[in-house]
Design a binder for this molecule. Structure first.
Ligand SMILES: [Zn+2]
Length: 239
């Protein structure tokens, strides 16, 4: 059986092939609604308040990985700004203010009301989809993913959960799992470490509905070539 080896020469050939036949570049779109953000402004997909809460805003982090050149690409958190309509940006700013208050309570190990947890799940949806769109903008030559949804159409629409693990309280911010090919294809789960709290965010249609007695899809399948999933159901959840 032939051994498959990744040599420097093979990687260089692949890199050249990608340069000669690149995937189409994503058009400019608003990360919230997907429309062309004429006269738009910029959205920090990792919010500025969170960057400041966890360390030096100018620090660099590995935010993309070039698989052909086997090279990680570092950006400062502050650079992660992407196009957004002015109106969209303003309509989401209140959520940021409220999420900051809830996160600070979580970091301080204080009790959090049910309403605030629900709001925090909305915010995790926003950050997860925002980071995914940012990854697509930054580019991964292995995959040609054209986004079919954006933050506004994917927030608070599917079953979701957040799992919190409390570690020793060291300042810092890390995103987990966002550079994997799986996340690029299906941004349903990611993790974050924020000042001593590790958070796992998961959201997908039908994830919890069956076990809590709500209608649920009985079958789902990919529509070939269209990048969409179709579901059969729902079943009423009584069984
Ligand atoms: Zn917009």
């Amino acid at each position: 059986m032939p051994r498959i080896r990744s040599t420097a020469a093979a990687r260089a050939r692949l890199a050249k092939a990608v340069e000669q036949h690149p995937f189409p570049k994503l058009p400019r779109f608003c990360v919230f609604c997907g429309a062309d953000p004429k006269h738009g402004n910029k959205e920090h997909v990792i919010p500025r308040w969170l960057i400041e809460l966890t360390g030096d805003p100018k620090r660099k982090a590995i935010m993309a990985f070039d698989r052909f050149r086997q090279r990680a690409t570092a950006f400062s958190f502050d650079q992660l700004q992407f196009p957004a309509c002015k109106a969209c940006n303003e309509s989401f700013s209140r959520l940021e203010d409220e999420a900051k208050r809830v996160l600070q309570a979580i970091i301080a190990r204080e009790a959090v009301a049910e309403r605030d947890l629900s709001l925090f799940l909305d915010w995790l949806d926003k950050v997860r989809v925002g980071v995914w769109l940012a990854q697509l903008y930054l580019g991964s030559p292995l995959l040609n993913v054209q986004p079919k949804f954006h933050i506004a159409s994917r927030m608070a629409v599917a079953d979701r959960m957040a799992f919190f693990s409390f570690l020793s309280p060291r300042p810092g911010l890390t995103t987990i799992g966002v550079m994997s090919p799986m996340f690029m294809m299906m941004p349903s789960a990611f993790g974050m470490y924020i000042n001593g709290v590790a958070i796992l965010s998961v959201s997908t249609h039908g994830f919890l509905s069956r076990r809590i007695g709500f209608p649920y899809p009985v079958r789902r399948w990919a529509l070939s070539g269209r990048g969409e999933t179709q579901m059969q159901g729902p079943r009423d959840g009584s069984d």
